[in-house]
Write a protein that binds this ligand. Structure first.
Ligand code: NAG
Ligand code: NAG
Length: 254
């Protein structure tokens, strides 16, 4: 019986969406044709880390939401035909430098998503709450939801959204750790276990699933290793203002 369940969990299910963050709305999801086409994990060589590359290819656009520093916020995951991979662990993180570095705000160890039985979800309670500390600086951030599954291939899922933090403070306290990066480097989560993040940070919510929690294996570094092929901005995108000023120079010289 157990073997049958394990075998079922291991089956590749290409017709099913995996899991997608629903709210806040992820970068580039409309461009990709909605959740059914957006659900793939990051590429195993890290070449679309972070954010499936959409922070560069689709662009940041306008902020999806404004969140006050010093407030509770939620993210939700899509409930439609998902491949829940028996649940797993996830983190919510923010980046102020266009995806070069992320700080984890909260770690959900187990039950992310909740009520996963194999690839099915048995509850629609998929709202996850976290605290934005009052010290969080104001400004545009890449908000990220990362997911590490219990069963299936060892893959890292990452959806990002453009959020504006308002009424910000002076800086996140140092106890907020770097976001965990795994599978797309030599640090791997273990199948049939909930990933216990090595540095979960001050906000941790443990699930009630039957899987045991365990740390990653392999070569794990602190801070986590960003893949060599990561899509990091080589330059700051130029603004129209600089183009206009160079045009003025040209006209002046003509
Ligand atoms: C977050 O979700 C909880 C539970 O559904 C709800 O009570 C709360 O109002 C939500 N908070 C925000 C900021 O949306
Ligand atoms: C949803 O899940 C959270 C976390 O496990 C729990 O605190 C809350 O009571 C649940 N809400 C419902 C309506 O079941």
């Amino acid at each position: 019986m157990f073997l049958a369940i394990v075998t079922f969990c291991l089956l590749w299910t290409p017709l099913w969406a995996h899991l997608v963050m629903q709210d806040p709305k992820p970068l580039g999801i409309d461009h990709e044709g909605g959740p059914d086409f957006y659900n793939a994990p990051l590429k195993s060589d890290g070449s679309d880390y972070p954010c499936k590359g959409f922070h560069l290819t689709a662009g940041m656009g306008l902020p999806e939401k404004q969140w006050n520093a010093g407030s509770f916020q939620n993210f939700t995951v899509d409930m439609r035909a998902v491949a829940a991979h028996s649940g797993g662990s996830c983190q919510v993180s923010i980046s102020y430098d266009f995806g070069k570095t992320f700080k984890a705000l909260k770690s959900f160890i187990g039950d992310c998503p909740r009520g996963a039985a194999g690839n099915q979800l048995t509850t629609n309670n998929q709202t996850f709450e976290f605290w934005i500390p009052p010290e969080t600086p104001g400004g545009s951030v890449l908000f990220s939801w990362t997911w590490f599954t219990v069963t299936g291939f060892r893959e890292m899922y990452m959806n990002c959204a453009h959020i504006e933090i308002v009424d910000g403070g002076d800086g996140l306290p140092e106890e907020y750790p770097d976001m965990f990066i795994g599978e797309i480097n030599q640090c791997k989560s273990q199948e049939f276990l909930n990933l216990a993040f090595p540095h979960p940070g001050p906000q941790v919510e443990y699930g009630e699933s039957n899987w045991m929690n365990a740390g990653p294996v392999g070569q794990c570094f602190d801070p986590p290793q960003v893949p060599e092929k990561a899509m990091l901005p080589a330059y700051k995108p130029r603004r129209r203002r600089s183009r206009r000023s160079s045009k003025v120079v040209t006209e002046g010289g003509a």
